[in-house]
Design a protein around this ligand. Structure first.
Ligand code: FMN
Length: 380
């Protein structure tokens, strides 16, 4: 159970007092989250990664979160195909940032739990206690099968992830040596020093959407990352409460609930929507969107046409995120609505990251402070 305030607050801004927290998403994969052929989308070079991390870090944005990806989705752009591995990415960003929480996103079947625990501990020390781990099971068959084993069946993935995380937690917290003959791992004389700086261990996030995934997250993690599927506010409020209540009443835990938003800021509302229309409807990479839909198991022929169109539109616009589109004032109002619905924070992505992030920091963040959703950031 999380105590209040969480002791990790001393080093990890995920536990700060800001009512609504912010993060950047996907600055380790080509195109970021926008499945479009426009120029100026995120290109996976180390200078680009560093530049965006420094802007976010100096603005007091709480989280910098990568995507776990090993191959792209084809189309003209081979969307996300050029991608950096996330523990090494996080370690290096940890060394050049001072404030933000740096995440790794870990596909559990691709890394042995002893290695994952050690990498996480190392990055926790590099960052001075600002590391967090986003745990994903893997659903993209072609990328998981690159590792030479068939992709696990859905329920089996979470059984594996449960034993995997059990091992990490024991390594992070137990001083004496132990043995495990599990369903998936045999561990002999387990030993792990140093321990992470964060106690009991670094913050954990999961984005499970299925019933099993939600239970995994509610039982084990500090943060749920959820997609807001419909944009009807009452339904969204109920969905958010359902996540929080599951953690609270079934597992006696308080968790944070975050979502993912795509962000298009215009001088006018019309400018913002015109640009959205341009990069999605005119310049969308629809072959890549189709591949993504197939791999996500979206049964396009079984769903009503409108639902399929809406799914594809929001995925092309920003990985199915909630739309923050409009003027800076309108975007601040939309974020206030997300906060009122019960969310604790959002990851954000932009069609053109540097321009979008700079505009967000300059124009939207002061409005969020004015609304009382955030405190002005001061370098410690
Ligand atoms: C905002 C968001 C980010 C995600 N990031 C990744 C990722 O980086 N890599 C990945 O393989 N899966 C990612 N996922 C997929 C989830 O881990 C999960 O597999 C998916 O939401 C389906 O839930 P389920 O596993 O409970 O069926 C993400 C999901 C969401 C909603």
């Amino acid at each position: 159970m999380l105590s209040n305030p969480d002791p990790r607050q001393a080093t990890n801004p995920l536990f700060n007092d800001n009512k609504f927290k912010l993060g950047t998403f996907a600055t380790n994969v080509s195109n970021g989250c926008a499945i479009t052929t426009i120029d100026g989308v995120f290109e996976t070079t180390w200078p680009n990664v560093m530049k965006l991390a420094k802007i976010a870090d100096e603005a007091g944005i709480e989280a910098i979160v990568p995507v776990a990806r090993w191959r792209g989705f084809g189309g003209t752009t081979n969307f996300n195909g050029t991608c950096f591995e996330t523990y090494t990415w996080a370690a290096a960003l940890g060394a050049i940032t001072k404030n933000a929480t740096i995440f790794a996103t870990s596909h559990v079947p691709t890394v042995h739990p002893i290695m994952a625990a050690k990498q996480a501990t190392t990055i926790d020390h590099i960052t001075g206690g600002r590391f967090a781990l986003n745990i994903v099971c893997g659903w993209y068959q072609a990328e998981m099968e690159m590792f030479g084993a068939p992709i696990m069946e859905h329920e089996q993935r979470y059984k594996y992830a449960t034993e995997w995380l059990y091992i990490l937690k024991r390594l992070w917290t137990e001083d004496s040596e132990w043995e495990l003959e599990g369903d998936f791992f045999n561990i002999k004389r387990a030993f792990h020093q140093p321990k992470p700086l964060q106690k009991p261990y670094p913050a954990l996030m999961n984005a499970g959407g299925s019933t099993t995934g939600r239970h995994y997250m509610a039982k084990n993690c500090d943060m749920a990352l959820i997609l807001i599927t419909g944009h009807d506010l009452d339904t969204t409020r109920r969905e958010i409460s359902a996540y929080r209540d599951l953690a609270k009443y079934e597992y006696g835990r308080d968790i944070q609930i975050w979502t993912n938003c795509y962000c298009v800021i215009g001088d006018t509302e019309k400018d913002a929507y015109d640009f959205l229309d341009y990069y999605v409807n005119e310049k969308g990479d629809w072959a890549a969107v189709d591949n993504l839909a197939i791999n996500l198991g979206v049964q396009t022929e079984m769903l009503p046409k409108e639902a399929v169109q809406s799914f594809k539109f929001h995925f092309a616009a920003g990985w199915g995120g909630y739309p923050l589109v409009g003027t800076a004032e309108q975007i601040a109002d939309k974020i206030e609505t997300l906060s009122r619905l019960g969310l604790d924070g959002t990851l954000m992505n932009w069609p053109r990251y540097e321009e979008g992030l700079c505009r967000f920091v300059a124009k939207v963040m002061p409005l969020l402070e004015y609304k009382g959703l955030r405190q002005p950031f001061r370098q410690p």
